[in-house]
Design a protein. Structure first.
Length: 136
């Protein structure tokens, strides 16, 4: 199995592991939804794959990458970005997984997002507690 196929499979698994996520193919290509709302388009291109996600927080940074562009059909105005990877590239798996989670958080109901936070408490860096300054 090629590296691209392996990454594609890992992205699919990660999307399906999110609370109430499921796969659908309304236009012949796989999309991943939560409560009937799409959070990931994940398809195969001739020599690789492409994905589109909603990145309300990091779309500006994502668009600086050479293989990323605003998603068509005016979705780009809402923070959707599309990335394409071919056989000459090694997709940054960790970043793509973070994009999937950000997209899921952007479209999922708050209750499901809260459940996601309960599942992954170790993923957040522990922030040192601030001491309150005592005023004399």
């Amino acid at each position: 199995m090629t590296s691209l196929a392996r990454v594609h499979r890992q992205l699919r698994r990660a999307a399906l592991a999110l609370p109430e996520a499921y796969e659908d193919s309304p236009w012949g290509e796989p999309v991943f939804k939560v409560r009937k709302k799409i959070f990931l388009f994940l398809g195969r291109a001739s020599s690789g794959f492409y994905m589109s996600v909603k990145l309300p927080e990091t779309s500006g940074v994502a668009l600086m990458l050479p293989n990323v562009e605003p998603t068509g059909y005016n979705l780009g105005r809402s923070g959707w970005v599309s990335a394409t990877f071919d056989a000459s590239q090694t997709p940054p798996l960790k970043m793509l997984l973070a994009w999937i989670e950000e997209s899921y958080r952007a479209v999922a109901p708050r209750r499901l997002v809260a459940g996601l936070q309960a599942i992954k408490p170790a993923a957040r860096k522990a922030q040192p507690k601030r001491r309150r300054s005592q005023r004399s």
